[in-house]
Design a protein around this ligand. Structure first.
Ligand SMILES: NC(=O)c1ccc[n+]([C@@H]2O[C@H](COP(=O)([O-])OP(=O)(O)OC[C@H]3O[C@@H](n4cnc5c(N)ncnc54)[C@H](O)[C@@H]3O)[C@@H](O)[C@H]2O)c1
Length: 325
């Protein structure tokens, strides 16, 4: 089976960083709030959950990760260890830093165990009902001061927040995939999010060594509002027979200097996630230009979700990825 070397993956899309002194609170005040965040609860141990756990543990936070099945948790911890081993072999971190970080990562099948953490990052499947159910179950067990966030790629932060007991302490905290490699974190304030929460998350991003960019709370925010229609258009180009998987990806890599082809990138993100984001854009903006391509829907219905299921626009089960069309 081909292993994707995500440390060698190109970091693609950079945005102008948010200046961390532009929001009225004193440096000391915001640092005080950020210093209160020592422990992080992560819901969902998939592609994003394990990457988020990885970077928080390396930055010195205690991490408690949950998922609905033990297998996902075991796989996530094993993957984090393999990825940190690779960082050690490339001298990006020391063996001692790796051991200390791995020791900070704990897992549980009980969502409610996350109640005592200072910051919760929900990174479960991109479906609003799933996310709402998680918040509903978790809320009665949360400390009043805990900041609640979602790593959603597209769903309204204001709407998710409005169904919790703490819309002022709720934010969109959107990491990019693969988390240990990608520099950007989108910070999305809901209509009720307060300044102290925003500033606390800015400081967390700084502690992670990443760069924050602020986006308004509209469907798919900035990165995916621009990226997903391009990916969807690439699928339409394939669907209409304008090009093959190979020619479409080669064209964008060599003709537009993109580090990955759009179909390769879609497989990397997960075709279910791409479809979910297109549906949010289509419904949220009520514009037919966001209509998901029927071919994208067909791949998702087949369970060909990209790299995570070993098949998508490419078949990853052999030594080299082979286009499936
Ligand atoms: N894939 C990307 O490139 C990317 C990038 C940025 C943000 N996101 C967002 O991150 C989130 C997760 O995406 P992913 O790619 O990691 O998906 P994934 O399919 O790899 O993982 C999702 C995980 O959530 C778990 N899960 C589902 N319901 C749960 C529940 N009720 N409680 C706990 N765990 C539950 C699943 O078992 C699975 O392990 C989505 O909101 C997605 O939009 C994805």
């Amino acid at each position: 089976m081909l292993k994707f070397d995500w440390f060698a993956a190109p970091c693609a899309y950079a945005l102008r960083p948010v200046r961390s002194d532009a929001y009225g609170l004193s440096q000391m005040e915001s640092e005080d709030r950020a210093m209160d965040i020592n422990s992080v609860g992560i819901v969902g141990a998939g592609q994003m959950g394990n990457g988020i756990a990885h970077v928080f543990a390396l930055a010195g936070f205690d991490v408690l990760m949950t998922d609905i099945n033990q297998d996902a948790l075991d796989k996530a911890v094993a993957l984090i260890e393999r990825n940190m081993d690779r960082q050690v072999s490339r001298e990006k971190i020391t063996e001692a830093e790796k051991s200390a970080a791995m020791a900070r990562i704990k897992t549980t099948l009980k969502l409610t165990d996350l109640g005592q953490t200072d910051l919760v990052i929900e990174a479960a499947t991109e479906r609003e009902t799933v996310k709402q159910a998680i918040f509903e179950d978790l809320l009665p067990h949360l400390k009043p001061e805990t900041i609640l966030t979602s790593n959603t790629s597209s769903i309204s932060i204001t709407r998710l927040a409005s169904r919790t007991d703490r819309p002022e302490k709720f934010m969109g905290f959107h990491f990019m995939n693969p988390v240990p490699v990608m520099q950007l974190v989108e910070l999305i304030r809901g209509i009720a999010t307060d300044d102290a929460t925003y500033r606390a998350l800015l400081k967390v991003v700084e502690k992670l060594g990443k760069t924050a960019a602020s986006a308004e709370d509209f469907p798919a925010f900035i990165v995916n509002r621009i990226l997903m229609p391009m990916i969807n258009e690439a699928v339409y180009t394939l669907y209409e027979g304008v090009g093959s998987v190979k020619s479409i990806d080669e064209s964008l890599k060599l003709g537009a200097n993109h580090p990955m082809g759009p179909l390769e990138l879609a497989d990397f993100i997960g075709l279910d996630t791409c479809l979910a984001i297109m549906n949010v854009l289509h419904e949220g903006l009520a514009d037919t230009k966001y209509r998901p391509c029927p071919l994208l829907t067909k791949y998702v219905e087949a369970g060909w979700l990209g790299r995570k299921t070993q098949r998508g626009f490419y078949d990853y089960r052999g030594d080299v990825p082979v286009p499936t069309r």
